[in-house]
Design a protein around this ligand. Structure first.
Ligand SMILES: CC(=O)SCCNC(=O)CCNC(=O)[C@H](O)C(C)(C)COP(=O)(O)OP(=O)(O)OC[C@H]1O[C@@H](n2cnc3c(N)ncnc32)[C@H](O)[C@@H]1OP(=O)(O)O
Length: 329
């Protein structure tokens, strides 16, 4: 499996590419799906071969290995998949436990059988429900794992540009309880001047639209509220980030007005809403606009909030159960 070396060029650090350059990801032995965005960061730019130089300066690339296609199991939003003739690699083989990668199918097979991450997830347990656990992994301590996770994320997030400098980030990873497979994660910048509660979030394609993104967003607010912060995610949000956050923020706001601390108030200020939800003023305003609940006299129409709750029953409750929280520090 490829290892990330320390001697990487600035171009490779950013990895931005207009079009997709890897066609598919073979994720573990079972899952295969198309990428959404391109990334140069997996490659040596001069040869377009997989791999960066290892710390001793040795190249760790291999010739492209093609294997028989398994039918794609995952349906991804097709509008996101740009058509491109400039494919550098047909299939990137990625370990679904540790995110190490190769262009050789047999190498992945050998690796998965022995991957040490199969038995136990990294980091400290923060949350454990019958279905999933959330573990906190320090970028500084588990550098290679976090770098590989960030490289993988770039294939599904256009404006992502942090892969190698993971020292100042914590990664909160949601693992499936039965299989111990990572399903989703968010990163948190430990020296965020804006005091963001989340830097980047990804639900791995096979696990999307099951509520995991919402669950992690809720968890990130639990953490920032516990720190006494009014907070929110790093901006700008991606299109999917925006649609998911607006759903989540709408449920936070509606719940507070309908059955929470704001339900018996005649007048509320933005600050009151911030205190009740843990949300920043800008995010609250954006949410109120998207809920179309502001009247011309700048009053909030409770009718509009009740209607939203009725139309979005699936989003009216909380997903994190406080009894399952195991926060350490
Ligand atoms: C600060 C930042 O990091 S911004 C970057 C955000 N990350 C990305 O864009 C990476 C790629 N995208 C993803 O990983 C995922 O789409 C995420 C993390 C944004 C959402 O994760 P998911 O686990 O799929 O979210 P979840 O299942 O909780 O969906 C919540 C709601 O968001 C909306 N939503 C999420 N994905 C979609 C989609 N593909 N199409 C339309 N609506 C969507 C829906 O309203 C959904 O609720 P519903 O399923 O009841 O209709």
């Amino acid at each position: 499996m490829e290892k990330q070396g320390k001697a990487v060029s600035k171009d490779q650090l950013y990895g931005i590419l207009e079009t997709r350059n890897i066609e598919h990801v073979q994720f573990g032995l079972e899952q295969r799906f198309p990428t959404w965005y391109g990334s140069t960061a997996y490659f040596q730019l001069s040869s377009r071969k997989l791999g960066v130089r290892d710390p001793d300066g040795r190249l760790s690339s291999r010739d492209l290995a093609h294997v028989g296609n398994k039918s794609a199991k995952i349906k991804v939003e097709t509008q996101l998949i740009q058509k491109s003739n400039d494919i550098w690699l047909d299939t990137l083989y990625v370990c679904e436990y540790c995110f190490k990668y190769t262009d050789d199918a047999s190498e992945l097979q050998q690796h998965v059988a022995n991957c040490p991450h199969r038995r136990k997830g990294l980091g400290r347990l923060q949350y454990r429900s019958p279905d999933l656990s959330i573990r906190k992994v320090h970028g500084k301590q588990h550098t290679l794992f976090c770098q590989c996770l960030c490289l993988f994320t770039k294939l599904f997030l256009d404006n992502k540009s942090m892969y190698f400098k993971v020292d100042h980030y914590d990664f909160y990873i949601a693992y499936e309880a039965q299989t111990n497979k990572p399903m989703a994660f968010f990163s948190k910048d430990l020296i965020s001047y804006q005091k963001n509660n989340l830097a980047c979030i990804l639900t791995l394609p096979p696990y999307q639209r099951r509520g995991l993104g919402t669950l992690l967003m809720e968890f990130s607010y639990k953490l920032s509220i516990r720190e006494g912060l009014i907070s929110g995610p790093e901006l700008p949000l991606s299109p999917f980030g925006l649609v998911s956050y607006l759903k989540f923020w709408s449920s936070l706001v509606c719940n507070q007005f309908i059955k929470g601390n704001l339900s018996d108030r005649g007048r509320v200020s933005l600050d009151d809403i911030s205190q009740a939800t843990g949300m920043r003023a800008g995010d609250i305003l954006q949410t109120l606009k998207s809920l179309k609940c502001l009247t011309t006299r700048n009053e909030i129409s409770l009718h509009a909030l009740r209607q939203w709750t009725k139309d979005n029953k699936r989003h009216s409750g909380t997903l994190i159960n406080d009894d399952f929280m195991i926060l350490d520090d």
